[in-house]
Ligand binder design. Sequence first.
Ligand code: NAD
Length: 260
Amino acid sequence: MRLKDKVAIVTGAASGIGKDIAQTFARESAKVVIADLNLDSANATAAELQKSGATALAVTMDVSNEQQVNTGVAQVADKFGGVDILISNAGIQHIDPVVDLSFENWRKLIAIHLDGAFLTTRACLKHMYRSGHGGTVIYMGSVHSKEASPLKAPYVAAKHALIGLCKVVAKEGAAHGVRANVICPGFVRTPLVEKQIPEQAKELGISEQEVIKNVMLKETVDGEFTTTADVAEVALFLAAFPNNALTGQSIVVSHGWFMQ
Ligand code: NAD
């Protein structure tokens, strides 16, 4: 019960990493909000959690839409009396070399990852500051917050920028008891990654098996994918950490692909 009665908003929690974080936090007695673009999947995830006895709420939210973010966060604060934890996790991927990348695709990815992180942070901070007992913000970065790969310019740019946003929130939030950190996973086999295996194979002219072995897992210490459970465990550790000793940091969870 490490998160007993804490109210946690997890964006992009209808799938993949966010879903596992929501399930893990619910097991630790948090009140969990599944905030996602996809309301059907968000409702299904919330229903699963409720069936197991947890308190869960699904909220439709496009994190790049200012009004939807403000309305969704206000709805959560009204229902549960505040917000203690934000997991800014919603994200997409786009594969293209810079030379062929459309401005539209650049802007779409930056809007979801960066505008989304800013808008959800701002909306939640207001409640965390007002409550007098602070809170914690966790951004879903990536090894691509530290390293580059070809074909992923907007993703690498956005994930690097999250570290900057996190450090500012850590500095501004400290006086209000708000901590901010970034988790930087290696490759995790979620729908986001499954989609890019054939896309990368096509762009690079290699087989899907070669993409997995020689692109995605090449630099790991053991050729293994990181799992959603690995990432959720680190999110729990950060969310339950009791004070400002651990703030403004980025933690890489990648089977050694990237070493600090
Ligand atoms: P996923 O595709 O399984 O889940 C992403 C979720 O985000 C989906 O439920 C989707 O509906 C939601 N979403 C997309 N756009 C949204 C928007 N505008 N507003 C609200 N919700 C939206 O992907 P995942 O692999 O679980 O990725 C989650 C996060 O983890 C992303 O930020 C991703 O960049 C990051 N990440 C993933 C990996 C990986 O290998 N899978 C590695 C490092 C970082």
